[in-house]
Design a protein around this ligand. Structure first.
Ligand SMILES: [Fe+2]
Length: 392
């Protein structure tokens, strides 16, 4: 039986609206969150699809103004981009942010919003629960400008999370920032926003969502609230991910359901898959979802061998995928590896430009990553070394 958890907290303050043809209602909905002059954050690829134009029309249709558009977010955003984005929003006289894009765009908008509101640089925002608060830091966290998100990938769940990850190119680390004010006020889930998503990105970001759901369920910081979210996310991923990747544009239901699954899966309670993937991104530019897809089976096998209680948690996950082998670690790991292969994603780090000589830096990064502390099995340098070697 599941024990009574000693302590946890759960917050999900973001208003989520989900359905068809919602982009045109962006202004009508965002007005209810206090937005007037909206600064749109996106990237050039999304802008070229015409989605940003439709979101802008939706903003205007609700009687709000588009103060400006920043479309310079790269695939892997950095502190420099965040600071440029915040400065452009100031210059434009904006009072709110609308992110139209994937994880990198949404995380850029979150941190840019914090810099826009509180000043300082992007790196100064780093940390967990360290944003400015009333009463000399002991009171309520200070709000940042209203932020709405229209996710264009079904994966990161950043549209309903309090976390953002931004690269600091000088220090070669991924800054992790998490605090309550970073929860967006509004998330708009409309399958039209993932209509043109390339299959490879749908696959990688879908595996990010799957990783969130599994790590959130097995990690030391598990909670009954997240259990409910993780298990339903996994059912929806099981039923929709391959369909969404294979059928893409032709399967609005699968794409819509994946947006919801990603939304349910997200949590800041993660584990060693994320600890391994963050440095792979920081040092070798391995896209986040792809890195998770590569690391996930190895971490499952390692963790499940860490004791009967951990294995039991993985057994709940395995059951959803009809994996019934009592030796759950290798069986679930094999199931995930097969899925990753069917999705057309790489299964080895050497396929995505990680050399063997890179392992020591990766191990150091993984040991220093905050999510290592939440992994259900305690991790030492030798463990990560071995896992990276297996994944190579
Ligand atoms: Fe992730």
């Amino acid at each position: 039986m599941t024990p009574f958890k000693d302590f946890y907290q759960h917050t999900e303050p973001t208003r989520v609206i989900s359905g068809r043809d919602l982009i045109g209602s962006t202004g009508f909905e965002f007005q209810k969150e206090g937005a007037h002059r909206v600064f749109v954050v996106t990237d050039e690829v999304i802008r070229a699809t015409g989605l940003v134009e439709r979101a802008e029309a939706g903003v205007a249709d609700g009687g709000l103004e588009v103060a400006g558009v920043f479309d310079q977010v790269p695939q892997d955003s950095s502190t420099e981009v965040v600071e440029r984005c915040a400065a452009a929003a100031k210059e434009a006289g904006a009072d709110s942010f609308l992110a139209v894009g994937g994880g990198s765009v949404m995380d850029t908008a979150k941190v840019a919003d914090a810099v826009f509101t509180h000043g300082g640089g992007a790196a100064e925002q780093e940390g967990f629960f360290l944003m400015p608060r009333e009463d000399d830091g002991m009171g309520r966290p200070l709000d940042i400008a209203p932020l709405a998100c229209i996710p264009t990938t079904a994966g990161t769940g950043s549209e309903v999370s309090m976390a953002a990850v931004i690269k600091d190119p000088e220090r070669k680390v991924k800054l992790e920032i998490a605090d309550f004010p970073l929860f967006p006020r509004l998330a708009i889930l409309d399958p039209d926003s993932t209509r043109t998503l390339p299959a490879a990105i749908a696959a990688a970001t879908g595996m990010d969502a799957m990783t969130h759901a599994i790590e959130g369920y097995v990690c030391a910081d598990w909670s009954p609230h997240q259990d409910a979210r993780s298990l339903q996310a996994l059912r929806m991923i099981r039923d929709n991910l391959e369909r969404a990747v294979e059928r893409g544009e032709d399967d609005e239901d699968a794409r819509g359901n994946m947006l919801i699954a990603a939304n349910l899966a997200i949590t800041i309670a993660l584990g060693s898959v994320h600890a391994m993937s963050h440095p792979a991104g920081a040092h070798f530019g391995v896209p986040h979802g792809m890195a998770n897809a590569i690391h996930l089976p190895h971490v499952i096998e390692h963790n499940a061998a860490g004791g009967p209680e951990i294995a039991e948690r993985y057994r709940d996950v395995a059951e959803l995928f009809d994996v019934t082998d009592p030796d759950v670690g290798p069986a679930l790991a094999a199931h995930v590896t097969e899925l990753v292969g069917r999705l057309g994603l790489p299964t080895r780090l050497s396929e995505v430009g990680v050399p063997e000589e890179g392992i020591p830096a990766l191990v150091e990064g993984a040991m220093g990553d905050g999510t290592t502390l939440l992994n259900p099995r305690e991790m030492a340098e030798e463990d990560y070394e071995e896992l990276y070697r297996r994944a190579l």
